[in-house]
Ligand binder design. Structure first.
Ligand code: NAG
Ligand code: NAG
Ligand code: NAG
Ligand code: NAG
Length: 424
């Protein structure tokens, strides 16, 4: 059963493909499946480079070996062990290594077995630090330019490349195009979010990853997110309410590279006029209850894009101002409502609030001039037939501001003749 002739394979090479590393040692291991002490052997190891050049490295028999002169320092061969060791691998060592072995068993006279094996060897070179390049080298304008990044290594085999922006690995997106080996990244078109610090990484199976130096991509963009802000005043949406005579600063801000230039424009009626330039506007206004329209316009002179934000400035005593304005508006509406529906010509004048008011006047005192002042309208439920509203003079109230009850108005002038005619 241990008859060596019964095996068809006298030698075995565990691995027919080897990836060596430059500078390291490679063992082309051969297992012999016959008793070395009962056989005579004779053979060669030879090397065929990828270009086809063939060299016999070792010629050997069971007792001696001759190593090619050129390889004497680098090859280790210890007959009758037919494994071959190559030291200090270099890229020129790549190629096919062929073992030819003739075996003659001493007890089988005359019979020679020929074995032939080929081992393929590649030599991987560790990667050097990659070199990153950007084209164009200058800053670019978003939406208008493309940028090409290239990564190269001076040394290194089977190199894979990766791209980082601000230390985050870049993957495919609609605007990022990678070459097949990833050594080129083409960004088209460039956007604001592409700005940042770029690095490329080179890696292969026999090295740690190597990072290039960092290169910044500057992108001109904007303006974006234009905003007008003020530390003072009361803001309601796009309306700023400020106190009369108060000095108020407005700040215009937008995200932009390079920084925007700003102009402030005042809009009144159809007339627009540039008030000032720069990010800050200073306003002091005494013109009560007048709404003024302003505009901040931001312009990026590199991207040639601009944006503007409009806002309204109302000068009023803060706090009561908003309530007053709203109240006055409601009064106006209600007055109109009463006049149209209560003082209808077909109904008696006694149903009209004016009548009711004058009734009060006539019962109290005759001089109408004393009744100039503020009147409050109080609706009285259940008295809809006789009176729609009773009027109460508020002429002697000290402060208008203190009056938070229903609705009031200021009567500045009552023509006497008219009130008399209304009485009739
Ligand atoms: C042959 O040599 C190699 C390398 O020195 C060694 O690893 C292997 O064990 C040897 N084989 C035998 C049978 O001694
Ligand atoms: C950017 O690349 C696109 C193709 O992706 C090309 O059509 C365009 O002309 C390029 N623009 C510039 C400024 O080179
Ligand atoms: C503003 O100007 C337009 C034409 O430029 C005109 O039609 C419009 O009536 C003007 N409005 C006012 C309030 O002046
Ligand atoms: C853009 O404006 C700045 C000042 O705001 C100026 O210094 C710069 O020269 C301008 N650039 C161009 C291209 O006009």
């Amino acid at each position: 059963s241990s008859d060596p002739l019964s095996t068809s394979e006298y030698i075995h090479i565990p691995s027919l493909v080897h990836h060596g590393i430059e500078g390291k040692t490679l063992l082309l291991s051969v297992e012999t499946h016959f008793p070395l002490d009962k056989a005579e052997i004779q053979g060669t190891w030879s090397h065929t480079s990828p270009s086809g050049a063939r060299v016999t490295l070792v010629t050997f028999n069971e007792g001696s070996a001759i190593v090619d002169m050129m390889y004497r320092d680098r090859l280790i061969f210890r007959e009758p062990n037919v494994s071959l060791i190559i030291k200090g691998l270099n890229p020129d060592d790549e190629g096919d290594y062929q073992l030819n072995l003739n075996i003659k068993f001493r007890n089988k006279t005359g019979l020679v077995f020929k074995e032939e094996r080929t081992v393929h060897v590649t030599v991987d070179v560790p990667v050097s630090i990659p070199v990153i390049e950007k084209s164009p080298s200058y800053a670019v304008v978003e939406d208008k330019a493309n940028v090409t990044w290239t990564c190269s290594v001076e040394r290194g085999t089977r190199v894979a490349f990766l791209w980082l922006r601000d230390n985050i690995v870049l993957g495919h997106n609609g605007r990022y195009h990678f070459s097949l080996d990833n050594s080129t990244l083409f960004i088209s078109p460039v956007k604001k979010e592409d700005k940042g610090i770029y690095q490329c990484v080179a890696i292969n199976p026999v090295s740690y990853s190597r990072k290039s130096r960092a290169v910044e991509l500057t992108v001109y963009y904007g303006p974006y997110n234009l905003e007008v802000n003020s530390g003072q005043g009361l803001r309601t949406g796009e309306v700023f309410t400020i106190n009369p005579g108060e000095l108020v600063f407005f700040e215009c801000q937008a995200d932009s590279n390079p920084p925007n230039s700003y102009v402030w424009i005042s809009k009144s009626h159809n007339d627009t006029q540039v008030i000032t330039e720069g990010p800050r506007l200073e306003v002091r206004s005494y013109r009560l209850a007048q709404a003024e329209e302003y505009l901040c316009r931001a312009f990026n002179n590199v991207t040639q894009k601009q944006d503007e934000a409009q806002f309204t400035l109302v000068v009023a005593s803060l706090g009561t101002a908003v309530i007053t304005v709203c109240s006055l508006f409601i009064i106006g509406c209600m007055l109109l409502f009463f006049i149209i529906f209560t003082c209808h010509p077909k109904r008696g004048l006694s149903n009209c609030f004016v009548c009711d008011m004058t009734t009060h006047v006539s019962t109290g005192h005759e001089d109408a001039t004393e009744d100039f002042g503020i009147y409050e309208f109080v609706s009285i439920p259940g008295k809809m037939e006789s009176t729609q509203a009773s009027c109460r003079s508020l002429a002697r109230l000290e402060s208008v501001q203190d009056m938070h009850t229903t609705i009031y108005d200021v009567i500045r002038h009552v023509p006497e003749m008219q009130s008399h005619s209304l009485l009739k």
